[in-house]
Design a protein around this ligand. Sequence first.
Ligand code: 5GP
Length: 195
Amino acid sequence: MIKKGKIIILSGPSGSGKTTLYKKLLASRIFKGKIVKAVSVTTRLPRPGERGGRDYFFVSRKTFLYKKKAGHFLESQKVFDNYYGTPKKQVQELLRDEKNVLLCIDVKGAGVVGRKFPEAVRIFIKTASLAALKERLLKRGSEDDGGIRLRLNTAREELKEAGHYDYIVINEDLRKAYREIEQIILFHIYSGRNL
Ligand code: 5GP
């Protein structure tokens, strides 16, 4: 039986593959109706195929800062060049409705949510090495040299936080990493166990 809703945080460096895993979890039949996402607010522009209200709420910097000041966010961070925030009310309502809320957020934001919700399940996703991370970022091709250097330096700092997480998943083989996360989430939502 499913018990009370909880927060499950997926985090890790840019290029670790967390977003791919997050999307796969949300699309899986096993978790249909069992885990839900909270739609974050961001100042970055939509990418092709992204839709406002579904992937993110895309807002101007002015609107974002206004919302931040008004206490709209559970946490908010500047991630590289853009601002991102987790909407507080949405998460609170989902938890109240006993939904398990899956958050895919950066490492600093995950730290904030983890402190506010000590019972949250925190999963850190990383590549096998920094060299593997660099390779993935190069393959992704969405960043120039400076962007890659910045992401690698940030990753070095973020990796220091991995020890504070409940689980560390090495994403070397996507299918294997997915299975591991699936087992972790199934365990927590069905046992109702807190950490
Ligand atoms: P992207 O722009 O590629 O969708 O996301 C960039 C980074 O921002 C990723 O690491 C993603 O997990 C993170 N992110 C997305 N939404 C939020 C949020 O609401 N809060 C924080 N702190 N990070 C977020």
